[in-house]
Design a protein around this ligand. Structure first.
Ligand code: CDP
Ligand code: CDP
Length: 222
């Protein structure tokens, strides 16, 4: 029997544009593995904070990370990163301290190089685990991690909508500051990747965005 083609989907966009909730729902619908690469940068940042290594010392950051095993465990169709056999709690990954620092660690080319290899390798894990595809979201997925993805989407939403979304979730977040740092960094800046379908989610419900993306994937997969 012919195996279904493995589909690779990249979703990028700024904070609270709707990447993770959309990607998670599509993964469930289409039997894909879901990967939130922001959580990788958050896990690295949380580890550095607990070890007292600060972003002014990129060499110490990379030295430390090179000694640490990066592993992946799959839970509920989601790939979770384990550093030193530990996946931090969601409340730690989304803490104010991590929100404030993550973009500084994420701007380091040494950190991004290590995560690039780790993230690309998750596609092999998804294939081996018999998923029909991989949906990975972040800031540089369609531009750097998987420039040849089968589908690329770039989600945008106006700043006020995004701030309101985060406050409805009960999170304090420095969205504007993170977006700025993410967009001006030299390595893998936040940008709409070439060939991506741009979707403004400001006035769309989550279900409407999911329908829009799913219909594009399903129509081209026939
Ligand atoms: O969920 P939210 O969009 O607020 O942020 P996130 O996806 O958890 O990402 C946290 C931070 O990680 C971003 O602000 C970026 O600094 C960094 N990041 C990145 O540089 N590249 C990625 N592919 C994903 C996240
Ligand atoms: O991953 P990212 O930071 O881009 O955004 P998210 O965590 O998926 O979405 C942030 C919040 O906005 C969540 O509570 C979503 O339910 C909500 N959302 C929305 O209200 N309408 C959309 N079209 C997309 C997301």
């Amino acid at each position: 029997m012919l195996r279904k083609k493995f589909t690779l989907i990249a979703i990028d966009g700024g904070a609270a544009s709707g990447k993770s909730s959309t990607a998670r729902a599509i993964a469930k619908r289409l039997n894909y593995l879901y990967v939130d690469t922001g959580s990788h940068y958050r896990a690295v940042t949380y580890l550095m904070i607990t070890k007292g290594i600060n972003p002014e010392d990129p060499e110490a950051v990379v030295r430390c990370l090179k000694e640490i095993p990066f592993e992946t465990k799959i839970m509920d169709q989601r790939a979770l990163v384990y550093l030193n056999s530990n996946h931090p709690k969601e409340s730690d990954l989304r803490s104010q301290k991590v929100n404030d620092q993550v973009s500084r660690f994420a701007a380091m080319s040494g950190v991004r190089k290590l995560l690039l290899t780790y993230q690309r390798n998750i596609a092999s894990i998804a294939r081996k685990q018999n998923f029909d595809g991989l949906i990975m979201e972040g800031r540089d997925i369609g531009s750097i991690i998987f420039p040849h993805a089968d589908y690329k989407f770039f989600l945008i939403a106006d700043l006020n909508t995004r701030i309101e979304r985060r406050s409805l979730e009960g999170h304090e977040d420095s969205i504007e500051q993170r977006d700025r740092l993410d967009s001006i960094r030299h390595t893998a800046p936040l940008t709409c990747p070439q060939g991506a379908v741009k979707i403004n989610t400001s006035r769309l419900t989550l279900d409407a965005v999911i329908e829009k993306i799913s219909s594009i994937i399903e129509s081209r997969n026939i």
